[in-house]
Design a protein around this ligand. Structure first.
Ligand SMILES: *Cc1c(COP(=O)(O)O)cnc(C)c1O
Length: 399
């Protein structure tokens, strides 16, 4: 076994179960292991590497900022945070943005804003605010967030959890309508559920949910941490249905594949409930993150990453659908966010992911039965075609 694997196994908490490959270098949509073997990255760190590994413009922005100023905290102004947030607000048409670091922090931030808005603006009685989330959601790993998870393993032995969260089946509009009470302050939803196995809701669902929320004075929170920034073929996955959420949470690709950067976008009527001292993060919006986040958004626009996702996603999907195997139950997704659902009686997700790795394709199984394919959006046609052929060959090995 590689000594790097031995060291991680011995000293790192066993909260993940990585595939046995040690990566040492990345460029664009490809990565290399210790032995110099090349892999196509069809995983892109759960969409955090949508811009590809070490995108030259993002690396340049990082290096330039690093040569001037890295970190001062929000106790002071910097000459980059305003540039970053004004660009983001213009791009997505919101009044304000609140910068954080990880996705989970972005979600916690949105939940806190929603609750405070509920008490101050909607006038919900103190400590009665309710937030509705969906079955099989994934919004991160903090205690409040796993408290609204329906995944037993994410919750088991981590309780007690904060009160005030209700769950409705994903994709079920009538259930949402029934669950809304006068104390409901927000509905939080992933436009496509990523960790649950690339679950695409029925057409029109998001739009109908947003309208329902508006009718009942409930904030519609879109967790676009994985689906946002071009991944599904639009800047935001909500754009497919012309939905403008009250709060949008971005993360993952916002860090350009080099730093953790997240944010919550909202208009003044919502965001203005926060006053100095209400909420914060030492690193949230620090100078390096602001420089990188701005570069990540600009590259998304300049290189038309959303359009690439539409075109290359169609190519990937069409290629995958020509693969014949009794163990493939479904192939679904949107843009470059694709899942191959396996029949667990015939194929194991882990085994398929390992075989794909041996063939030079990095992917990852989710919920044991879905192989997730979400390459960097900068991948080209030739690499997509190569990936399809390698995937075809791997399935042919499982007879
Ligand atoms: C990854 C993810 C998160 C959590 O982001 P972290 O940076 O891991 O905290 C939240 N929501 C969705 C939809 C995600 O995919």
């Amino acid at each position: 076994m590689s000594s790097a694997i031995e060291l991680e196994q011995k000293f790192c908490a066993h909260n993940y179960n990585p595939l046995p490959v040690v990566l040492v270098k990345g460029e664009g949509a490809r990565v290399w292991d210790e032995a110099g073997r090349e892999y196509i990255d069809m995983m892109s760190a759960y969409s955090a590497v949508s811009h590809g590994h070490l995108h030259p413009k993002i690396v340049k922005a990082l290096e330039t900022q690093l040569s001037r100023l890295a970190m001062v905290s929000r106790s002071y102004y910097t000459d980059v945070l305003g540039d970053f947030l004004s660009y983001a607000c213009q791009l997505f048409s919101y009044d304000r943005a609140l910068p954080m670091n990880t996705g989970a922090e972005g979600v916690e931030t949105a939940l806190k804003i929603a609750r405070k808005w509920g008490y101050q603006v909607k006038k919900v009685p103190q400590n009665k605010a309710e937030i509705i989330a969906c079955t099989n959601n994934f919004h991160g790993r903090t205690i409040a967030i796993v408290g609204m998870s329906t995944e037993e393993q994410y919750r088991a032995d981590f309780g007690p959890f904060p009160a005030g969260f209700n769950i409705v089946p994903y994709g079920d509009l009538a259930a949402l309508e029934k669950a809304i009470t006068p104390n409901t302050v927000a509905f939080i939803v992933e436009p496509i559920q990523g960790e649950a196995g690339i679950i695409v809701p029925p057409a029109g669902y998001l739009k109908a949910c947003a309208e329902l929320c508006q009718r009942h004075n409930v904030l519609f929170i879109a967790d676009e941490i994985q689906t946002g920034l071009g991944r599904t073929g639009k800047r935001l996955a909500c754009d497919h249905e012309g939905v403008r959420p009250d709060l949008v949470i971005l993360g993952k690709a916002l860090g350009g594949g080099v730093l953790p950067v997240s944010m919550v976008l909202a208009d003044d009527r919502v965001m203005s409930v926060l006053k100095p001292g209400d909420h914060g993060s030492t690193f949230g919006g620090y100078a390096l993150a602001a420089a990188v986040g701005l570069a990540a958004l600009k590259v998304m626009e300049e290189e038309k990453l959303a359009e690439r996702a539409t075109q290359l996603g169609a190519r990937l999907m069409a290629g995958l659908k020509t693969i014949q195997h009794a163990g493939i139950r479904d192939i679904r997704g949107r843009g470059l966010m694709v899942g191959i659902e396996l029949d667990p009686k015939l194929l194991s997700g882990r085994e398929v992911a390992e075989k794909l790795m041996q063939a030079g394709i990095l992917s990852k199984e989710t919920h044991h039965i879905v192989i997730r394919l979400a390459p960097p959006l900068v991948i080209d046609e030739a690499l997509i075609d190569k990936a399809i052929e390698k995937i075809r060959a791997v399935f042919a090995e499982f007879v």
